[in-house]
Ligand binder design. Structure first.
Ligand SMILES: [Fe+2]
Length: 248
């Protein structure tokens, strides 16, 4: 069995048996796929351990692609390994980060993964703790209820893929001739973001890249999160937030 859900942001109560009774029939060879903004590697140390140990006690395996809200400074400390055809970072034996630009084979189906997204809530800027007037800026932003984040505390530039990740994605898509059963991302291709936001969501390099994948690739369905809603668009673009849906 393979299930998918949307942004968890470090809150995993949806996986408690009363909220997800299907797990009674699942083993570690069955998967719950989180479409970004996992948030389980966020504080570092014991605060994360409480959450991660809870996930480690689940009978199934948790897979996630990265979102815009991940602590990339902590995430990059985990070693990279090969798993089912693609690169992963293993956070716990059954908690696995599916890295960007990979194609995995799971239960006889292929999954192209490309995490990341541009944060929407940063219109008023990113503050840098190293600057001399940081505290003053921070207080001002808070007073004004500004939409801001703090570099390396609540925002990381790695929220968007780097050149090497785009290259790897292209290389792996070419290897499978742009044929994959499922695409798993955090953000949507530009055209789907336009439908969702009525033009409110700006395009960026990642949404344009994904639009290109949408045009070139043959796929059964595309699973994504980020927009905090549960909807199906154009028949096969499955936006997930709190719902848990069975994919396979
Ligand atoms: Fe989110």
């Amino acid at each position: 069995m393979i299930y998918a859900t949307g942004d968890t942001h470090g809150d995993f109560r949806r996986f408690e048996p009363e909220n997800f009774p299907e797990q009674a029939h699942m083993t570690r060879d069955d998967f719950m796929l989180i479409c970004g903004d996992f948030g389980g590697v966020w504080f570092g140390g014991i605060r994360d351990d409480l959450n991660l140990n809870l996930l480690a006690s689940l009978p199934f395996t948790v897979l996630f692609v990265s979102g815009n809200h991940e602590n990339y400074d902590l995430l990059k400390r985990y070693p990279v390994e090969e798993w089912n055809g693609g690169k992963i970072q293993r956070i716990r034996p059954n908690v696995i980060h599916l890295m960007r630009g990979q194609v995995f084979e799971l239960q006889g189906r292929s999954f192209f993964t490309m995490g990341g997204a541009r944060s929407h809530d940063i219109d008023d800027g990113i503050l840098n703790p190293g600057t001399p007037d940081f505290e003053e800026q921070y207080r001002t932003c808070q007073r004004m209820h500004a939409r801001f984040r703090v570099n390396h505390f609540s925002w990381w530039e790695e929220e968007l893929p780097c050149e090497a990740e785009y290259e790897e994605a292209r290389k792996n898509l070419e290897r499978v001739r742009y044929q994959t059963d499922y695409v798993v991302t955090h953000c949507a291709p530009s055209g789907i973001a336009d439908i969702l936001g009525g033009g409110e969501y700006e395009h960026d390099r990642l949404t344009d890249f994904l639009e290109d994948v949408r045009e070139k690739a043959q796929f059964r369905s595309w699973l994504f999160g980020h927009y905090h809603d549960d909807r199906i668009l154009c028949g096969r673009f499955v936006l997930l937030w709190e719902q848990m849906v069975r994919v396979v």
